[in-house]
Design a protein around this ligand. Structure first.
Ligand SMILES: *Cc1c(COP(=O)(O)O)cnc(C)c1O
Length: 363
């Protein structure tokens, strides 16, 4: 049976070089090395170096590893806010981030727009008392992105607060200016095309100072994964607990591959492919583009409404080895989500476009 091709928004299609890197990892016996060894420090150092080059991360920011991006929601709130946070909410993931703040006892402010709608920099009102501003670059449930320029201009209007950006389902695509963004994070099973089980937390010294202040006041910032502890370990490319060494190794290898392609080429390719997918969806009489405002349409997760049953369409495509994501939550019956991540080859994208073009009335 032919291999399936995944256009799912995570876990997603694996990066084309994944298998080769996995074999090297087995050959180098990475699963058995100590995380206090020189070999591990050099793996962490390599991944750190490649991610800095890829994403333009300056020395003011550390690159830390957690269990997942979901964990970073909690750690960012614990270490970056004592009392108040602010959230832009437009779907399930940004909503969950907001709910975490409430569960952690913060006074969480939110500005919310309906599912499928987005935010511009203007019109966002952030209370001056908010210590931490939580933005979701790409809301995976509804396929809505916030423009990077809008996040930057919002930040400039609020220089005091810490800004944290969830870029889980868009990294490495967004070109963030880390002189403005205090923290950003992602997990590896989306745009990096790797198996799940690793969160990556990029965070600056200003954030660290806030965490140290909270810790000094006796506030809970986490045990092993409190920011000061993660930071201290990262200084010597170590981790507080035994980490996902294989995941960290594979991420460094894939980031190096991406650097060989070049981040601007990857971003350009993402834009070009997104444009073609949106065009194919809008030209199909069986599908329609869900996000109405073109400025808010995600380049990496394309949501399409289906005229007929979405699960039936997904089943037919699956039989042809094309796997797309289901609509989120209550949208399962009438929406599909198509991931546009760098791991897919040109040939696979052509196959997807053909499948969309061939949809018939019975679909
Ligand atoms: C997938 C996702 C998460 C959660 O990532 P995990 O790796 O499952 O913890 C958080 N935010 C967004 C926007 C996501 O798409």
């Amino acid at each position: 049976m032919a291999n399936k091709v995944f256009f799912t928004p995570g876990p997603a299609q694996l990066y084309p070089t994944f298998e080769q890197h996995l074999q090297s990892a087995v050959r180098e016996q990475i699963g058995s090395i100590s995380h206090r060894s020189r070999q591990f420090r050099s793996i962490y150092g390599h991944t750190d170096e490649q991610l800095r080059a890829l994403l333009g991360i300056p020395a003011s920011h550390a690159i830390l590893f957690t269990g997942s991006a979901t964990e970073v929601w909690e750690r960012a709130l614990q270490n970056g806010s004592e009392k108040e946070s602010f959230h832009l909410v437009n779907g399930s993931f940004s909503k969950r981030f907001y709910e975490f703040a409430t569960e952690l006892g913060r006074t969480a402010h939110k500005q919310e727009v309906p599912f499928g709608a987005g935010f511009d920099g203007s019109g966002v009102q952030i209370p001056a008392s908010a210590e931490l501003v939580c933005l979701t670059h790409n809301e995976t449930s509804g396929g809505v992105s916030m423009q990077v320029a809008d996040m930057h201009s919002l930040r400039k209007k609020h220089p005091e607060a810490l800004f944290v950006v969830d870029m889980v389902s868009s990294a490495p695509y967004p070109d963030l200016d880390y002189s403005l963004i205090d923290s950003a994070f992602f997990s590896v099973q989306k745009g990096f095309g790797l198996p799940a089980g690793l969160g990556v937390w990029i965070v600056n010294e200003k954030f660290l100072r806030k965490a140290e202040e909270l810790k000094a006041k006796g506030r809970y910032t986490g045990t092993h994964h409190s920011l000061p502890t993660l930071w201290k370990n990262a200084k010597s490319f170590e981790t507080p607990a035994t980490p996902n060494v294989l995941g960290i190794y594979l991420l460094g290898q894939v980031a190096a591959d991406m650097n060989r392609t070049g981040i601007s080429a990857i971003r350009r390719q993402t834009d070009e492919r997104a444009e073609r997918i949106y065009r194919a969806v809008s030209e199909s009489d069986q599908l329609e583009v869900f996000v109405k405002n073109p400025a808010h349409r995600s380049a990496t997760v394309i949501v399409a409404g289906t005229r007929g049953s979405a699960p039936a369409l997904m089943e037919r495509w699956k039989a042809q080895n094309t796997v797309v994501g289901s609509g989120y939550g209550s949208h399962k019956e009438k929406q599909i989500r198509i991931a546009n991540f760098p791991a897919n080859t040109d040939e696979q994208i052509e196959g997807l476009l053909t499948a969309i073009g061939q949809l018939q009335g019975s679909d």
